[in-house]
Design a protein around this ligand. Structure first.
Ligand code: ADP
Ligand code: UDP
Length: 237
């Protein structure tokens, strides 16, 4: 499958049309951004690592019966995916308090959250991805009530699958962000990516940060640590 015209260039990936109108190619670049694109760096091999990591995780989710965009790993940096009409919201589940939750509510980082917390954010860099709720999504027509319900259900289902996967590999899934879209049959499908760029993972024993907080907080060894995460999951990069 060949890349055709560019559809969209985001902060970390470029999306291309293909000869098949129902499929796109996602190119994972080395660009790494934080703080709504204020901090940007090129990290050697990050695109390749995230592309392969994302394919591995999406395949695990498919095997667990969750509909994802996954079609085929094409090369080091490229994946073929189902073309989705993306819903412009981010679905976040938190098992442990960290990041913006800690800043917003003044709670302690590391506090266990039972039940896990679910949050919606609007995908809008200019507005710094504001937190929204179900009513904003329905009132502004970003998704229907049924889709809102299904996004929550699927995001929690992903939690069940991935919490266990990471736990078995000695890691704690602290939080993560998912994006969904609608395919050509009208079904809700998991799109975008699941990589250490879009989740928080801590070593279960030492609580070492093994995700994009290494980049946000200038902790170093960003890609090396992503490779360690993959290695622990049995994915050789
Ligand atoms: P951002 O848009 O936040 O800068 P990226 O650099 O990751 O993010 O860009 C990828 C873009 O591609 C995102 O806007 C995402 O919503 C979109 N996208 C991801 N998966 C699909 C898909 N399967 N079909 C259509 N668009 C997708
Ligand atoms: N996240 C993401 N993209 C975003 C915002 C958040 O992938 O635009 C992920 C982030 O990596 C973390 C989770 O969603 O795993 C929750 O992020 P949070 O709200 O704590 O914001 P942050 O402090 O990470 O900006």
């Amino acid at each position: 499958m060949q890349k055709r015209e560019e559809l969209y260039r985001g902060k970390a990936k470029t999306v291309y049309y293909t000869d098949d109108s129902d499929k796109l190619i996602l190119e994972f670049r080395n660009d790494t951004s934080a703080f709504d694109g204020e901090k940007i760096e090129q990290l050697d091999r990050k695109g390749e690592v995230n592309n392969k990591f994302n394919h591995f995780i999406m395949t695990k989710l498919e095997e667990a019966g969750i509909a994802t965009q996954v079609e085929q790993l094409l090369s080091d940096n490229d994946s073929l995916v189902k073309k989705l009409d993306m819903i412009p919201v981010e679905c976040v589940v938190r098992n442990v308090a960290a990041g913006s939750l800690v800043r917003r509510l003044g709670v302690e980082e590391g506090e266990s959250l039972t039940p896990p917390v679910f949050e919606f954010f609007l995908k809008n860099d200019a507005l710094h991805d504001p937190m929204i709720n179900d009513y904003h999504i329905m009132s502004f027509g970003w998704a229907t009530e049924a889709q809102v319900c299904e996004m929550k259900k699927l995001t929690f289902r992903v939690n069940e699958v991935l919490k266990t996967l990471f736990d078995d590999a000695g890691m704690l899934l602290v939080d993560y962000k998912l994006e969904f879209g609608v395919d050509n049959t009208g079904a809700l499908v998991l799109g975008d990516e699941f990589t250490p760029d879009g989740c928080r993972l801590w070593d279960k024993e030492t609580r070492k940060k093994m995700d994009k907080d290494r980049f946000r907080q200038g902790l170093g060894s960003v890609v090396e640590t992503y490779i360690e995460v993959a290695d622990r999951l049995g994915l050789k990069l």
